[in-house]
Design a protein around this ligand. Structure first.
Ligand code: ADP
Length: 917
């Protein structure tokens, strides 16, 4: 009751009982009997007891102090001069109190004899109210400023400005931490929109920080003191306020809290006692209201923009029947989409109908009438009138009536559904094509329904009947099983089990068609399950793979036949890589090598060859090309623990796309027996040659014997005459020795010549063979009166073969020539026979030419003389083997033996390839 007290004071009544003074703070407004005694100079000479109590002093000090000493400096002006001057003035005096508080008084002076009496009244209450009013006014001003700033700033700066205003607010009321929380956009809960933090205060909040829904529990009232101790819903906020004092002020709209100001480390009642809840809420609303409004406004604008963009993109928009004019108004976007002339978004109903394709117009019109007259909602899909050739434009037009009676509005929207419609049409066409395709393809699509562990067909595509002859009904109710080939039933049951267990299956089996023929079907199926994982149905596909399966079967069979062929072939068949490693060998090959066919792969063919053979073998393989992939050779193998084996070997190269040799397939035949026979033949021919030469040989041996006998006879004669001269004897003995050596040489050569040839061919000088031949035959020829014409040897070269065999050839040719010459000489005694042996050569070839003047060979026989056993000589004389064996020998050496008739006789030419290292 401050007012009543005041009046009592003014009236000087003391009926209000003095209140007991609290120990520390002294209430200032109790006494109506406050006065001071002043002297003329204005010094205080006495103080009434109540006044002393109010000022908290015991007595007026002596000597007297000036009144000014008791006052706040702000009151100094009021008491300028002496009491006389103050008379008749109202004096507002603020006294100092010992606890630092101020005692607000109003007083006046009156004379009292020599003294002056200063009467005082406590006006503290009045002052306080004035202060509160002022504070509230300031608060209102501040609220106005805040609102104005937030309202007036650019939208982009809204948050920054809000933070600035928070700072302003915080500084005005000395708030360490202040934040504005707004509802979380698009969600429940709250979020810090802006905050302020004094430098000295800990950071409680950050922009964008989520506060959850705790604030909702505050029921939108101001909360002065958050009590974290008790079990209260606010306990959750404890963290948000750093466990210290907090103060929360809501902003309401329509009874619902729309924003909160959060004050951290702040005691509102203590720091700003003059402000009530209303003021604080005013401040909050001043800040939050415009922000929320502007946010809502922006959201609304965005919404409108989005709508416009959406309508543009979709080619859609609203339309409304204008009730007064009966015209139609279209959304601007729609008017554009329909390509209406500029500024004409209002159409007459007639114009609107004209836009629609005649095929749809009537239906549309009738629906529109139903809508406008009876409010029946309308949904129509119509085509627009269009130029020929353009893709049709489809519009979906929806409409409905809003309200009723006078206020009824008829409106709706139009949507361009051309894309969907055209796609629908295309999809339908594609679907039809697919159906057709399936129906005419060798594939059947089926659906099996799951029912308690079994799968029963519920659908087959139309291709079932063309493919198998069965109808859908003939395949249901467990009938399918009996069409499955008995041998494949296991596969069939296994398939169902696997499908149920694993969810997919792919298998092949035979299924009987209606005509009783079996088809190989490739069955691929997949199990479909519901959300709970329970099987619902299976979808599958049958593909008729009869032809493919049979073809595979045929390939397998033919492969099997070839395999048997290869396995059972008497020939040795193998495949090997260009580095001679076997990748396959058949049984005959394995048998030959005394192992199993399985042991053959990995064996290197090179191990069986001599270094020379291997080099020749590799050389031959290297010459294989995709154009001429075949090669032949007779190869000599050195098999361990065996004699040499001769194989006739035929290769065929297999090449990759780039022409690189990747494999060789080979067939080999053991030629050892034939080879051996041929060698025996050669040998016997050689022996025959030797026999032939027996005569010449006898002469050859006879000649030295004769010479020796003459020498011996002569020596004996001298001895018997007793005239032995040592020189004479020596001379004769030397002659005998020469003749012995000569005979020994002949015999020796005969022995060497008679041996079998080496297995492998060697390099040798062909002139050695010429010399050997002449050694054996020269004397004999001379004895028969045949002249030997031997040409120059020329530069020495080497050929490959056996020196004794070439010698055998030369002997044959010379002996044949001799025979021809001698038989001619028999008829003509004056005939002078000769044999010419000449050597010719170029870079690659060396020729040994044996020519005689025996008259040559009957041209009709020329072709036959190389045949085995062909002879013109009497039985027992000729064998007919000489030339045929010679031909073979020369061929073995890689050369050629040929014959022609020259002017005087036969001319045999041996051509041999020269081997250069
Ligand atoms: P053979 O000497 O045992 O008859 P060959 O095969 O050596 O067997 O000779 C076959 C035949 O070729 C001879 O019988 C002979 O008629 C003919 N012939 C070979 N060389 C000559 C030659 N220099 N002049 C004439 N005929 C020859």
């Amino acid at each position: 009751m401050p007012l009543k007290n005041d009046i009592n004071r003014w009236l000087g009544r003391a009926d209000a009982p003095p209140q007991p003074l609290p120990a520390q703070v002294e209430p200032a407004s109790v006494s109506a009997d406050w006065h001071m005694q002043l002297d003329e100079e204005g010094r205080v000479t006495g103080i009434s007891k109540p006044m002393r109590a109010a000022l908290g002093i015991a007595a007026a000090p002596v000597p007297a102090q000036r009144l000014l000493g008791y006052l706040m400096p702000s009151s100094a002006l009021v008491v300028e001069g002496v009491p006389q001057d103050w008379l008749g003035h109202m004096l507002d005096l603020d006294f100092k109190r010992p606890n630092g508080q101020i005692l607000h008084t109003r007083g006046w002076v009156q004379a009292q004899g020599q003294h002056w009496l200063l009467q005082l009244l406590d006006i503290g209450d009045l002052m306080e109210e004035a202060n509160i009013a002022q504070s509230r006014q300031q608060c209102l001003r501040l609220a106005g400023q805040l609102a104005e700033k937030v309202r007036g700033c650019h939208l982009d700066r809204l948050q920054t400005v809000a933070a600035e205003q928070l700072e302003e607010l915080a500084q005005s009321y000395r708030v360490p931490c202040l934040a504005l929380a707004l509802p979380e956009p698009g969600a429940t809960g709250w979020r810090i929109y802006a905050h302020y933090n004094a430098h000295t205060a800990p950071q409680l909040w950050q922009d964008g920080q989520r506060l959850g829904t705790d604030l909702d529990s505050l029921a939108g009232t101001v909360v002065h003191q958050i009590d974290f101790e008790r079990e209260s819903p606010l306990a959750h906020l404890q963290n948000d306020f750093g466990n210290t004092e907090g103060f929360l002020v809501p902003h309401h709209k329509e009874g619902i809290a729309k924003a909160w100001l959060l004050f951290g480390f702040y005691n509102a009642a203590g720091q700003a006692p003059d402000l009530g809840d209303r003021e604080w809420m005013n401040l909050c609303s001043a800040l939050a209201g415009p922000i929320l409004y502007r946010q809502a406004d922006q959201a609304h604008r965005h919404q409108l923009e989005r709508l416009a963009v959406l309508q543009d993109l979709l080619g859609t928009g609203w339309w409304e029947l204008l009730p007064d004019s009966g015209e139609v108004q279209l959304a601007p976007q729609l008017a554009r989409t329909l390509a209406l002339p500029e500024q004409s978004d209002v159409l007459s109903l007639e114009q609107w109908l004209q836009l629609i394709h005649p095929a749809d117009r009537h239906e549309f019109e009738s629906r529109l009438t139903l809508l406008s007259d009876h409010g029946t909602p309308m949904l129509a899909c119509v085509r627009l009138q269009q130029q020929d050739g353009d893709a049709p434009v489809w519009l979906r037009i929806q409409g409905q009536a809003l309200g009723s009676g006078q206020t009824r509005r008829v409106l709706g929207f139009m949507l361009d559904v051309s894309d969907i419609k055209n796609q629908e049409t295309e999809a339908a066409a594609a679907h039809a094509r697919l159906d057709n395709l399936i129906a005419s393809s060798p594939a059947v699509i089926y659906v099996l329904e799951y029912d308690q562990g079994s799968l029963e067909p519920t659908f087959f595509s139309a291709s079932l009947t063309p493919l198998l002859g069965w109808t859908q009904a003939e395949c249901g109710d467990g009938l399918l099983t009996q069409y499955i080939h008995p041998e494949d039933r296991d596969i069939w049951f296994q398939r169902t089990r696997q499908l149920l267990r694993e969810g997919v299956v792919s298998c092949r089996y035979r299924l009987r068609d209606k005509k009783g023929e079996y088809h190989w079907l490739l069955d691929e199926a997949r199990l479909l399950r519901d959300d709970l994982g329970m099987p619902v149905e299976a979808v599958g596909l049958w593909l008729d793979v009869t032809e493919a399966t049979q073809a595979t079967e045929r390939v397998r069979e033919s492969e099997e036949r070839y395999r048997i062929l290869v396995e059972d072939s008497p020939a040795m068949i193998c495949r090997y890589t260009p580095d001679l490693v076997l990748s396959f060998g058949n049984r005959p090959l394995a048998d030959y090598l005394e192992c199993t066919p399985q042991q053959l792969p990995g064996v290197n063919l090179g191990e069986w060859f001599s270094a020379e053979q291997k080099a020749a073998f590799l050389k031959r393989i290297a010459e294989l090309t995709p154009e001429s992939p075949m090669g032949n050779a007779e190869v000599c193998l050195e098999l361990p623990g065996r004699e040499h084996a001769w194989w006739v070997w035929a290769d065929r190269g297999v090449f990759d796309e780039s022409g690189k040799l990747i494999e060789i397939q080979a067939v080999a035949r053991d030629n050892t027996e034939i080879r051996r026979t041929r060698m025996q033949l050669n040998q016997s021919a050689k022996m025959a040659t030797l026999g032939e030469m027996a005569t010449g040989l006898a002469h050859e041996i006879n000649q030295p014997l004769n010479v020796m006998r003459m020498a011996v006879v002569n020596v004996l004669k001298r001895l018997s005459n007793g005239e032995v001269e040592i020189d004479y004897l020596t001379d004769k003995l030397n002659r005998i020795d020469t003749q012995v050596q000569r005979a020994a040489r002949v015999v020796n050569h005969m022995r060497v010549f008679g041996r079998r040839s080496e297995i492998e061919q060697q390099l040798f000088d062909p002139i050695d063979a010429v010399e050997g031949t002449l050694n054996m035959l020269a004397e004999g020829m001379k004895g028969k009166g045949v002249e030997l014409r031997v040409g120059d040897a020329g530069p020495r070269v080497q050929v490959r073969g056996h020196v004794d065999q070439l010698e055998q050839v030369l002997i044959n040719l010379m002996v044949n020539a001799r025979d021809a010459l001698l038989s001619r000489q028999e008829k003509d005694r004056s005939f002078e026979p000769w044999i010419a042996l000449t050597v010719e050569q170029d870079a690659q070839t060396l020729w040994l030419v044996v020519e005689d003047n025996g008259g040559g060979i009957d041209p009709r026989l020329l072709e036959r003389i190389f045949e085995p056993f062909f002879t013109t000589k009497p039985v027992g004389v000729g064998t007919g083997l000489g030339l045929s064996v010679s031909y073979g020998i020369v061929e073995q050496m890689g050369g050629r033996l040929s014959v022609s008739n020259s002017s005087e006789g036969a001319c045999f030419r041996i051509a041999l390839p020269i081997v250069r290292e």
